[in-house]
Design a protein around this ligand. Structure first.
Ligand code: PLP
Length: 348
């Protein structure tokens, strides 16, 4: 099977499995796991923040950030297409009494600055829930995996900070963003107060995300993580793989980007498929099957029968993601299978 559904299907590298077996461990709830402590230091340094906290998932990293930044009854300003708005089960509202306020995203994954400004100007009159945080996402998952320009993040930061509002970056794939923008993760994160990133996507770890920020913020986040049941004991088992990821898996993401570009080009040549262009594409290809949802389902089922898995995104839209374990050959084969299937569905 060529599994292009997500980069979350990646399995740990042999080096990770070895590091996991050899990891020095302690009780991390007591702060005594040396491997976790080392990973947190390295993670904080990579994104240019003072401190970091290991959590089980990207969802918990974002939730911990929102609960730590925001008192109950306040608003978090998020993009309508953001992961936080769409795919985190409403956690901030369910558990934190936080109002998620969605504003428009551009097709490139940017926030509409006009809408952001309007939300930021919320009256302090007692009728209105007060903004307590803005969230940006980079790379932007739902917007085709686009890397968002640092200049846009700087504009968002300037508007928010003018009103003393902190910003959280959902940087689940910040290393993909840094590669595509030809900059460093710390340059990207310099615009924001707190940032989360995932070890378990393109970096191929089995579990884990990091939330990074000031020492003072992370100390408070530590308590929030405990509230959420995310305090783990010998978590060095997880952190050991994370260390290997940060040492060995960052640069190879370029290969995923190359493969995604090749796949996008291949699919774009096929009659019956449409591939919207993405400025600063990373490791994703979103494409549409011309016709209705039923035809699109038949397309995906036929792809699966021939060994290629893609992920449905509603309607006639699909997503294919390149990652560790997917070679240039695999991508070529996937495009060939798509051409064959489209030929059968759309041919005379
Ligand atoms: C995957 C993802 C998350 C959540 O990560 P999980 O580990 O799956 O909970 C958050 N934000 C973005 C943009 C993601 O792609």
């Amino acid at each position: 099977m060529i599994d292009l559904r997500s980069d979350t299907v990646t399995l740990p590298t042999p080096e990770m499995r070895e590091a996991i077996a050899r990891a020095e461990l302690g009780d991390d709830v007591y702060g005594e796991d040396p491997t976790v402590n080392r990973l947190q230091e390295i993670a904080a340094a990579i994104v240019g923040k003072e401190a970091a906290l290991l959590v089980p998932s990207g969802t918990m990293a974002n939730l911990t950030a929102m609960l730590t930044h925001c008192p109950r009854g306040t608003k978090v300003i998020v993009g309508a297409q953001s992961h936080t708005n769409l795919y985190e089960a409403g956690g901030a509202s369910a558990l934190g009494g936080i109002v998620l306020t969605a504003i428009e995203n551009t097709a490139d994954g940017e926030l509409e600055l006009y809408d952001l400004e309007r939300e930021l100007e919320t009256s302090s009159d007692a009728h209105f829930a007060q903004p307590a945080l803005a969230v940006v996402e980079n790379t932007h998952n739902r917007c085709g995996g686009a890397a968002v320009a640092v200049s846009h993040m700087a504009e968002v930061a300037a508007l928010a900070h003018k009103r003393r509002l902190p910003i959280h970056l959902d940087g689940a794939r910040i290393f993909n963003a840094a590669l595509a923008l030809e900059t460093t993760p710390s340059e990207i994160a310099a615009q924001v107060d707190t940032v989360s990133f995932c070890l378990s996507k393109g970096l191929s770890c089995p579990v884990g995300s990091l939330l990074c920020g000031s020492r003072e913020f992370i100390a408070r986040a530590h308590r929030t993580r405990k509230v959420l049941g995310g305090g783990m004991r010998q978590a060095g088992i997880i952190a050991a793989a994370g260390m290997v990821a940060l040492e060995t898996m960052l640069n190879r993401l370029a290969e995923d980007h190359q493969n995604a570009r090749a796949l996008a080009q291949g699919l774009a040549l096929i009659a019956g498929l449409t591939v919207p262009s993405v400025a600063r594409r990373t490791n994703m290809v979103v494409f549409e099957v011309d016709g209705d949802a039923a035809l699109a389902r038949r397309f995906a089922a036929a792809m699966k029968e021939r060994g290629v898995l893609i992920s449905p995104r509603g309607g006639n839209e699909f997503r294919a993601v390149t990652h560790y374990g997917i070679s240039a050959d695999d991508v070529g084969r996937a495009a060939a299978v798509a051409a064959q299937v489209a030929g059968e569905l759309f041919g005379d």
